[in-house]
Design a protein. Structure first.
Ligand code: NI
Length: 256
């Protein structure tokens, strides 16, 4: 069994065949999926998908690249929604300097709100960072001083030192399809180095399809390719990798 800890199942890329996508995941042994929100409306859709599908769970939050959503009224909806049934995480939140969509101080303020809500609710936080390792670490170090950090650096693509410090701060590190791409030797080296009790796998679908599906629409069933790649670099069997990442995901997100 595998758990896809990060799937944008509400994406319109799945409008034509969402039920089949979920069924294919189940058939492939991906028996739990976390539908990860990007806005308050997306969070409502993720909660509805979780209500309708046994193996689907939801996260609620606002992605830093959705500037129109980053205001008080949207945040109030997230705070309401986080108590809904089958909500297992907050996010995705974080910082992104790659896309210049949102003023950076606004991204920081909303990342801070998610971290604070995580302390208040005990829900783990799903963290997106792109081209801003130092900024993210600054905020995470500050947050760690206020209480234990509970969450995951999702679709990790940063520096080895960043991954190591995130682990030290108490976070998990999750890998998506990028780890399978031929040129990403350094990322595979990082995946090898993460302690066995902190590593997770995900698809981040519909984006980032792993080899050999690269370039196509991604879906939760494909998480097995990422798992196989990481099992290979760690020198363990696919079964062992599935066992440890599933145990980690269950513990972090309190999944059945
Ligand atoms: Ni995502």
């Amino acid at each position: 069994m595998l758990i896809d800890t990060h799937a944008h199942l509400d994406s319109d890329a799945f409008d034509v065949d969402r039920a089949e996508v979920i069924a294919r995941a189940m058939a492939a042994g991906v028996q739990r999926m976390i539908a990860v929100a990007t806005t308050a409306t997306s969070a409502e859709q993720c909660i509805a998908l979780a209500a309708a599908n046994d193996g689907v769970f939801a996260s609620v939050g606002i992605h830093p690249n959705y500037p129109a959503q980053l205001h008080d009224a949207e945040w109030a909806r997230i705070v309401d929604l986080c108590r809904s049934p089958k909500v297992v995480a907050l996010g995705e939140t974080g910082l992104d300097r790659h896309w210049n969509d949102t003023p950076f101080p606004v991204q920081q303020a909303f990342f801070e709100r998610h971290l604070q809500l995580s302390r208040e609710t005990g829900l783990p936080v799903i963290i997106h960072t792109r081209e801003c390792d130092a900024d993210a670490l600054d905020m995470l170090r500050a947050a760690r001083k206020l209480g234990p950090l509970n969450g995951v650096m999702h679709s990790f693509s940063g520096q080895a030192a960043t991954a190591a410090e995130c682990v030290e701060l108490g976070l998990h590190v999750s890998f998506a399809g990028m780890v399978t791409y031929k040129k990403n030797t350094e990322l595979r080296e990082i995946a090898r180095s993460i302690p066995a009790d902190r590593i997770l796998v995900e698809t981040d679908c519909p984006y980032l399809a792993p080899e050999p599906k690269r370039g196509k629409r991604n879906e939760p069933a494909n998480v097995v390719h990422t798992a196989q790649c990481i099992a290979d670099v760690r020198g363990i069997s696919l079964e062992q990798l599935c066992e440890l990442t599933t145990a980690n995901a269950r513990r972090l997100f309190r999944l059945p």
